[in-house]
Write a protein that binds this ligand. Structure first.
Ligand code: AGP
Length: 609
């Protein structure tokens, strides 16, 4: 899950490449490199974060106006300078950067070695570079022929940018499954793995499809299909503004994005509520299709999966539709039992997560309708789903998702409410009450941020030294505790588990000892007392208990610290209790002095299996 960028124009390429890579570092940051073409192609690479490469280049005079760049998340070969991109073919004819994985690279190594190619790195990408060179020299039909023959020959996922020694004014690109957008403005043409890398220069982009290639000249982009025939593309305008991809005075993107939640949740709700009715017309799903749905299968990864767990409780309780939730990497290989009245819902911020994309294709191959809840416009999952519900979180830079998560939650509420109404499980009075309540959520999230952030920071900074933590709850509180636990784990590196609180006494409670941190979420009226009695059980074994509950509740007998969220409808409490959970994860990590936005071993969008 690397980030690639490229520029061909009339400005100095090095500045645009380094700036673009800095906006893509959330995709991978264990090594980086650029190739700049002036009179000839010069390659510079470094291990570690982009700052190391910037230091390496700061005294170099690089006037070239054409170049490609890469920031890496190692899959094949350890993070070091040799394995960093760009890779160069044996005789320097081909220079290439790649995001993705070539699955059959071992077999291709033997082919290349039979033709006297020598490989200097452990990467699948160097194999790809030399394979393009091999076809280029064998068939002498130029770049498009060499690239297309390579696309036919390799298996896996890739977005590549290539410079050929013999074609000084051109950058060639191709993709299959890994994301890429191509931009254009008066100063040149651009390519990148994601929008934030080029938003500063242009909002006009082309979307290149799977198994397509393109040639980027200074003033023109030409697209080709696998037969080498030209393909026309429409230039589309991106609606996001540059500031969305900047920190705007916040110390980290994560805390900035946590504070953007009231605004983006409001935007997402307003895009789904029209004249006090839920309006799903933009998604493409009709009332007739909703009526046919007999079962829902929600499939996603990581935090998006946790949205699915929350949504499953609401689809079943409110719309009375049997709903299963599955982790995409399991779904795609479990031969799921789906029938024509099943709706498969795929949830993904990036719209590029490989397992979720494969799950979508699996469902489509089984002839089942798919609805995707996605944040990135034009992403693969968005383009391939039957119905698409866009969340309006804007670009999310921090690896740990927060604002996109909250917009996915309200999107799933809107779906469940409308499905319940269409299936006559909801009378108009309750329908209106739910819509009134959902529209209140942005203000309630805002009041939590305004009134509780400092308090939560104080509580959290007590736990920078802990090794373990437990999150417990029942029903929707259990569902959101899963997200609370992941938010802490992924940025603070503290081991934490989330449990249905009734399950603790079946084993895990043996781990509770003096001062073990237990965060209990108790907002669900019907099962409130049950959750409190489970908290009493851990308290009596010495746990330090933080309770997140709704105003008016008395949890003094169990809580060492209490965080009160405003009242709302029972289905919507995850949108409120997740905010303190995000802040706890953030402030414990800040107290540990860790890199909040770029946690080790992680990347924002997991585009490989
Ligand atoms: C969450 O903070 C993580 N970044 C990760 O679990 C993420 O939710 C998962 O990789 C799914 O990503 P997606 O929503 O882009 O598909």
């Amino acid at each position: 899950m690397c980030g690639i960028v490229g520029y061909n124009g009339n400005k100095k390429a090095v500045d645009i490449l380094l700036d673009g890579l800095s906006k893509l570092e959330y995709r991978g940051y264990d090594s980086a490199g650029v190739a700049i073409r002036d009179k000839e192609i010069e390659v510079f690479k470094s291990k570690g974060k982009l700052t190391n490469l910037k230091d390496k280049l700061k005294d170099k005079v690089l006037n070239g106006t054409c170049g490609i760049g890469h920031t890496r998340w190692a899959t094949h070969g350890e993070p070091n300078e040799t394995n960093a991109h760009p890779h160069v073919s044996n005789d320097g004819n081909v220079t290439l950067v790649h995001n993705g994985i070539i699955e059959n690279y071992q077999e291709l190594i033997q082919k290349l070695e039979r033709h006297d190619y020598k490989l200097y790195s452990e990467t699948d990408t160097e194999v790809l570079t030399n394979l393009i060179d091999y076809y280029y020299k064998k068939y002498k039909m130029g770049p498009i022929d060499a690239i297309n023959r390579t696309m036919v020959r390799v298996r896996g996922s890739y977005a590549i940018a290539v410079m050929f020694r013999d074609y000084p004014d051109e950058i060639w690109v191709a993709r299959k499954d890994s994301p890429m957008i191509i931009g254009q403005d008066k100063d040149g043409t651009y390519l990148a793995s994601d929008v934030p890398a080029i938003l500063k220069y242009t909002k006009n982009v082309y979307y290149i499809d799977n198994m397509e290639a393109a040639c980027l000249k200074k003033d023109k982009v030409t697209f080709y299909d696998l037969n080498g025939d030209e393909v026309t593309k429409e230039l589309k305008e991106i609606k996001w503004d540059v500031s969305a991809a900047e920190k705007e005075g916040y110390e980290h993107f994560m805390i900035k994005e946590i504070n953007e939640q009231p605004e983006v949740v409001k935007k997402t709700i307003n895009s789904l509520v029209n004249d006090n009715k839920i309006d799903l017309s933009k998604t493409g799903i009709t009332e007739d299709e909703i009526k046919k749905i007999k079962e829902i299968y929600i499939v996603a990864c990581g935090s998006a999966y946790h949205v699915g767990v929350c949504a499953s409780y609401i689809f079943e309780d409110l719309a009375r539709i049997p709903t299963r939730v599955d982790i995409a990497s399991e779904f795609r290989y479990r031969k799921p039992i789906l029938n024509k009245n099943t709706l498969v819902i795929i949830i993904s911020q990036s719209g590029e997560t490989a397992d979720s994309l494969a799950a979508l294709r699996e469902a489509k191959n089984m002839g089942v309708k798919t609805l995707a809840i996605v944040n990135v416009v034009g992403s693969s999952i968005a383009r391939e789903a039957d119905y698409i519900l866009y969340t309006l979180a804007g670009p999310e830079i921090a690896v740990a998702t927060t604002k996109a998560f909250s917009t996915q939650l309200v999107a799933s509420y809107a779906l469940a409410i409308e499905f319940a109404k269409v299936k006559k499980k909801l009378n108009n009075k309750s329908y209106q009450e739910l819509i009134t309540e959902i529209k209140e959520l942005p203000n309630k999230i805002d009041s939590i941020l305004k009134n509780l952030t400092t308090e939560i920071q104080k509580i959290s900074s007590k736990f920078s030294g802990i090794k373990d933590a437990f999150y417990i709850g029942r029903g929707l509180d259990y569902a959101i505790s899963l997200e609370g636990s992941l938010k802490l784990k992924e940025v603070s590196y503290i081991h934490s588990e989330a449990y249905a609180s009734g399950e603790l006494k079946h084993g895990t409670i043996s781990l509770i000892e003096d001062n073990t941190l237990v965060i209990g979420i108790a907002t669900q009226e019907e099962i409130f007392e049950k959750t409190i009695s489970n908290l009493v059980e851990v308290k009596s074994r010495g746990a330090y208990v933080i309770v997140i509950t709704n105003e008016g509740k008395d949890v003094s007998k169990v809580a060492n610290d209490t965080i009160y969220v405003p009242n709302t409808n029972k289905y919507f409490f995850p949108s409120l209790s997740v905010v303190p959970l995000q802040l706890i994860g953030y402030y414990i990590t800040v107290a540990k002095g860790l890199d909040v936005d770029k946690p080790r071993n992680l990347a924002k969008s997991v585009t490989v299996e």
